[in-house]
Structure formats: structure tokens, C-alpha cells
Write a protein of this length. Structure first.
Length: 259
């Protein structure tokens, strides 16, 4: 006889059959029901449970069982846990031992599904992190190779006035017209103030290069383009200005370096 809709009893029979816990005589009748009666409801449920069971190997499969199958397994475990007596709870015609095996199998399936899913998430997260670190290492190697080439000039800035312990170093890529600036031990300023880095040409007024603040450890790193029409430089300096920077520098300097 074909069934028109899925019930809890049909669902449990499908899970017991899929788990291989159904007694032989009952299994034969169930197989006959699936094949000869052609019950699509029971057949679909059996296939879903079999698919979930087959994917339980802890080798991180490409896909988890479908959310529908997981939901059904959870519902099955909750139904089993809520029962108070084995005799009164077992399905009609199913020996209590077979029912117990099926219940244990269902609970184990859920536990393995959860562990398997968590393992896959962890591996995916670690794989992503490794790729990120490899990218960072490649960038650092490229930068190190560039910094040690002959096309770079190095400018050291020393602490001035109230920040004598501060320092900075500028790696100047002359060909690419680019500055790579590292600042250390320069205490961060309050929110109403900013540090400002200046290009100081031999002819003309200083030109703002960067407005910044340091981190809590007093450090800062930035890449800055050097204007093409700047002319020859004689120095670079850092001053403390109002928040957002100023059109011209105000003394005293926080950092100063000559070229």
C-alpha cells in the first residue's frame, strides 16, 4: 500500500531500515513494500537516511548531508529521548532490541554529523588563514627585495623637542617616486591634534606629505607618493598640528631628518 504523506512511524521505519537494524522478516516485508508497492514517500525517506549514513566517514567530504536530513535526524533523536519506557515506546511489530539499536544509531549519526561539520569549518578557516599568511609573506619578500636594491635612498629622522626618543626611517624609491615611511616610539596625540609629515624642498615652501597619528605603541607605517614637480629636497620633518593638519608647518618639530 502506498502512503500519501510522511508520518513519525514511517520516518522511524525508514531510519531503522537505513541503519540496518530491522529484523530480517520485517526487512523483507519492507523491501517488498518499497519495490512492489512503489511507495515514493517511504523510498524518498530511506534514500535520504542512506545518503546521510554514507557521508559519515570522517574524511571531510565535499558536501554535508542536506539540512532536511539533519533536521529529521534531530527530530528523531528528540522523539526517542522523550519516551519514558522502551516497551511502550517501540513501534508495533519491532523488537525492543532493534528499536534500541536504531535509536543509538540515530544519536550517533547526529553526533558524527555535528563533529564532521565542525571539522570542515575548522579546516576551511585554517586553509584561508594559511593562504592569507602566504600572501603576506610574499608581499614582505617583495618589499624586502625592493628595499635592499640600489634604487632606494634611506632618510633617518630623529626625535626633537618633547619627543627625543622617537625615530623614523624613510625608504625613498627614486625611480617610482614613492616613500615608504616607518615611525617608532612617537607617542600618539589627542583627538584634537594630528602629526603632519612634510616634504621640505631646497626652493619653496614645505609641502604636506601625510597627516597621521601613531598607534598605541607609538608606531606608524605608510606609503606616500612623491609629487613629480616637487624639485630637489633638503629635508623632511614631522610637526604637531591641529586635527586634520595645517597648510604650513608650525614649530617645534617632533621629528627631523636632512637629505
Amino acid at each position: 500500500m502506498k502512503h500519501l504523506e510522511l508520518t513519525a512511524e514511517l520516518q522511524e521505519s525508514a531510519s531503522i531500515y537505513a541503519a540496518g537494524a530491522m529484523p530480517e522478516d520485517e526487512r523483507k516485508r519492507y523491501v517488498r513494500h518499497l519495490e512492489e508497492d512503489g511507495c515514493d514517500v517511504c523510498r524518498s525517506e530511506v534514500l535520504a537516511f542512506q545518503s546521510a549514513i554514507q557521508s559519515l566517514a570522517l574524511n571531510l567530504p565535499e558536501q554535508d548531508p542536506s539540512p532536511t536530513v539533519k533536521m529529521r535526524l534531530m527530530a528523531q533523536a528528540e522523539l526517542s529521548a522523550s519516551r519514558r519506557g522502551l516497551e511502550s515506546a517501540r513501534p508495533r511489530g519491532t523488537p525492543w532490541l532493534a528499536w534500541l539499536i536504531a535509536t543509538a544509531s540515530t544519536t550517533a549519526l547526529i553526533a558524527i554529523l555535528v563533529v564532521n561539520s565542525n571539522l570542515r569549518q575548522s579546516v576551511n578557516s585554517l586553509t584561508s588563514r594559511v593562504a592569507e599568511l602566504e600572501s603576506q609573506m610574499l608581499g614582505q619578500r617583495t618589499r624586502l627585495a625592493a628595499l635592499t636594491s640600489t634604487q632606494f635612498r634611506v632618510i633617518d629622522l630623529a626625535g626633537q623637542g618633547t619627543t627625543p626618543g622617537a625615530a623614523a626611517r624613510v625608504f625613498w624609491n627614486v625611480r617610482e617616486k614613492q616613500w615608504l615611511v616607518y615611525v617608532s616610539d612617537l607617542p600618539p596625540v589627542s583627538s584634537d591634534r594630528s602629526y603632519q609629515l612634510w616634504f621640505v624642498p631646497k626652493d619653496g615652501a614645505p609641502v604636506s606629505a601625510l597627516v597621521f597619528n601613531t598607534g598605541s605603541d607609538g608606531s606608524m607605517m605608510a606609503e606616500i607618493p612623491v609629487p613629480a614637480n616637487l624639485g630637489e629636497l633638503k629635508a623632511t620633518a614631522v610637526t604637531t598640528e591641529q586635527a586634520g593638519g595645517a597648510p604650513t608647518p608650525h614649530l617645534p618639530f617632533a621629528l627631523l631628518g636632512s637629505l
